[in-house]
Ligand binder design. Structure first.
Ligand code: DGJ
Length: 734
């Protein structure tokens, strides 16, 4: 191990400097990342964890037994996994990088970026390794920018965003997995020897199956409230790869970045290749601490309009599916307005002239209103919404077309398709993906939004759907030698287009939907205000999916709707009270035909919406504390949100199994101020009598040590009994 003889310490804080540094300290309020940057030598990783100062930073190098490059490259000692590999213009497949410069700068958004530039010792090939911190946030974003001055293109064959060595010690990894209508399930396992790979190859969307985020519990099984946990989130909407290599060293080696499979990139002289950010956080407050760090960073720095409260909406999809017509939309708007909702969203089925959109097999790309369904067009609907005092939103799927559409007839060259082969068609047997690498397609997609917004500036919300993966490898736009750029350039094109949209329409609310939860990712969320968690709206299954999704994403971004019973996906019969209590733990909305609801149900919903508006700042801007996991199969699940000043909180409890004389655990609360006194008010009460502690006051200390007993069932008349029970409690202090 190389000994430190000289320590010149660079602590990154606001301000702009260009300093040679031997020890680089990237610090956040509660965490430190320490690197060793010696000119001409590879950048070394020294430490990532709890905040360090003084002697610890000075002496830390003497306390480690193995040293690793902070951004390992392939070529010399090729046995090891690397974060980057490349083939030089002359065919040489090796890299040998040394530090040439360390700089810090303050960005206009207040963040501080440190850049360590590394240069190859022989070739004019450069990699900038960047680290970004924000004041008050415990997340560090890391990414790289690669460039070169070689005569011909250099082919990048691996290009991870970041690498982290993790000391072995019964390390467990929690990840999300699933499938359509079953997204965001939690799986936790100890790290095996050899490779553990989490990857996506969908091309267009990337969170139906696995997710590009993980929690790494350093001391055995993850605990919600305590223990050392690293959180890692790759902020990228395309194909990704997360890799844990456990070799014969004392460390696991974690890599995360764009999935390089079938995606080698020919980088031209002077061109820059920028990887997406890998967001890292560390907490000693367990899995919950990592979630809170991600949520705060996400709301403050990544999610579009993360500081604005979201409206309560009704979406037309499960209410009418493709059966859109003017009077039906008017009736739904009136119903949601009567129940206190603030926004109505018309889903799929409103467009197509030559090919009217009657089902999922035609018309994508033809974004002209079908006046046989809507004689007064979108204008008429906006006027109705306005007269009812609500806002209007609309569904589009602008990255796609159908082979039965006017767009495809005019521009067959716009779709993704391998040369010499027929196009592969998806949803409805005819869906095709547009080639966003093509600047003309980028303009087309931008114009879908721009035309709608120019014609109907009243539109307040867009649901942006994406219901197909990339179904064959081929770009009609790219040259033959750059076909491997398809996946990467699709997302570059998408991002460029979304940036243009956001520059022009910063206040428009845009939902990322992709056959449900296919776009829950921090790479896409800077352009979106929220995402649709899943096409499955069944309340019981949502508890599991929303629990997992909350590991990395805050409630403000999780669209969560009350839908019909029996549920359209699971056929489960679930009482309105339970459906409401689950939906109210995210961004509350409705996905139902209100005319099928009884007056009593409408009244119950009206009260719930009114109460949700009161707790909305706590749910949408508060800190989450997950208390009892549904995955632990204890018969119930529970979580709570606490306002940042700890004055108020909302507690949720849902029974997940129904047996007679069950012994359910009494759930301790968390995150409260032990010295504050909280008064309990039950929301959405259906019981004939209030809970015994209704209106009573308890200290945070008592609630966090003991919690409150939840009755096993609801105290309702015989004819209203069912096999569900749930509670929402508002806790308020003075
Ligand atoms: C898939 C989405 O996830 C649904 O919510 C709905 O918008 C349909 N597409 C419409 O085709």
């Amino acid at each position: 191990m190389r000994k430190l003889t000289l320590i010149s310490l660079l602590t990154l804080s606001a301000g702009c400097m260009s300093v040679y540094a031997e020890t680089v300290h990237v610090s956040t309020p509660k965490t430190s990342l320490v690197l060793d940057a010696v000119k001409g030598e590879p950048l070394k990783f020294v430490y990532y964890g709890n905040s360090l100062g003084g002697n610890d930073i000075t002496n830390i190098n003497s306390a480690v037994n193995q040293e690793f490059d902070a951004y390992p490259v392939y070529g010399l000692w090729p046995q090891k996994e690397a974060a980057m590999s490349a083939v030089h213009a002359d065919g040489n497949m090796t890299l040998d990088m040394g530090v040439s410069d360390v700089r810090t700068r303050t960005e206009p958004d207040g963040s501080t970026v440190t850049t360590v530039t590394m240069a190859d010792k022989v070739y004019p090939f450069y990699v900038d390794v960047n680290y970004r911190t924000y004041p008050g946030s415990d997340v560090i974003e890391t990414w790289t920018v690669t460039s070169h001055d070689e005569k011909k293109p250099v082919t990048l064959t691996r290009f991870m965003s970041g690498y982290l060595p993790i000391r072995r010690n019964d390390v467990h990894v929690s990840q999300l997995y699933g499938s359509w209508a079953n997204e965001g399930k939690v799986e936790e396992a100890p790290l095996p020897h050899n490779l553990k790979v989490i990857k996506n190859k969908d091309g267009a969307r990337n969170s139906h199956t696995s997710h590009s985020e993980v929690m790494i519990s350093l001391d055995g099984k993850g605990n919600e409230q305590s223990g050392r946990v690293i959180g890692a989130a790759l902020c990228y909407g395309g194909n990704y790869k997360l890799m844990f290599d456990t070799d014969d060293s004392d460390y696991h080696h974690f890599f995360a970045g764009i999935n390089e499979e079938n995606s080698s990139y020919n980088l031209k002289k002077g061109e820059k290749f920028e990887t997406p950010a890998l967001a890292l956080t560390y907490s000693e407050e367990g899995l919950g601490g990592v979630s809170r760090n991600f949520h705060k960073w996400g709301r403050e720095h990544r999610l579009a309009n993360g500081d604005k409260l979201r409206k309560v909406l009704l979406n037309s999809w499960e209410g009418v599916y493709f059966d859109i017509n003017e009077s039906g939309m008017g009736q739904m708007m009136k119903d949601i307005a009567d129940m206190g909702g603030e926004l109505f969203v018309m889903d799929d089925g409103w467009f197509g002239v030559k090919y009217p959109r009657k089902n999922d097999s035609t018309s994508l790309g033809d974004w002209t209103v079908d006046t046989s369904k809507l004689p007064n067009g979108i204008k008429g609907l906006c006027e109705t919404a306005d007269s009812l005092g609500i806002r209007f939103g609309i569904w589009i799927e602008p990255e796609m077309t159908n082979s039965k559409s006017e767009l495809y007839e005019k521009h067959p060259e716009y779709i993704i398709k391998a040369s010499n082969r027929d196009a592969v068609e998806g949803r409805g047997g005819t869906q095709l993906v547009l080639d966003l690498a093509n600047p003309k397609v980028q303009d087309l997609v931008f114009n879908v939004v721009d035309t709608l917004m120019t014609n109907y500036p009243e539109i307040d919300y867009i649901k942006w759907d994406a219901n197909a993966p990339i179904m064959n490898h081929g770009s009609q736009y790219q040259t033959a030698d750059n076909q491997s750029h398809l996946y990467i350039d699709y997302h570059k094109g998408l991002e460029k287009t979304l940036q243009r949209i956001r520059e022009k329409y910063p206040d428009l609310t845009i939902q990322a939907c992709a056959s449900g939860g296919g776009r829950a990712n921090w790479g896409i969320l800077p352009y979106f205000d929220e995402f649709w968690v899943s096409d499955n709206t069944d309340a019981l299954q949502r508890i599991y999916m929303q629990w997992g999704t909350s590991y990395f994403f805050p409630a403000i971004a999780m669209a969560s709707h009350i839908s019909a019973s029996p549920n359209h996906q699971t056929n489960r019969i679930v009482p309105l009270k339970y459906r409401t209590d689950v939906a109210m733990s995210g961004r509350l909305g409705m996905e139902i035909q209100p005319k099928d609801m009884s007056d009593e149900e409408k009244e119950q919903t009206r009260r719930a919406i009114s109460d949700y508006k009161k707790i909305r700042p706590i749910v949408q801007q508060g800190d989450i504390y997950r208390l009892l996991s549904p995955y632990d199969q204890k018969g119930a699940a529970s979580l709570m949100y606490v306002s940042p000043d700890k004055k108020d909180a909302v507690y949720y409890w849902w029974k997940t199994e129904q047996f007679v004389n069950q012994q359910l655990p009494r759930v301790k609360m968390a995150g409260l101020d032990p010295d504050k006194e909280y008064t309990v008010t039950e929301l959405n009460r259906v019981d004939n009598a209030p809970l015994p502690y209704e209106g009573k006051t308890f200290s945070g200390r008592y609630l966090m040590s003991n919690g409150l007993e939840m009755p096993l069932s609801h105290n309702v008349d015989w004819n209203k009994r069912n096999d569900y029970a749930s509670r929402v409690l508002l806790l308020q202090s003075k």
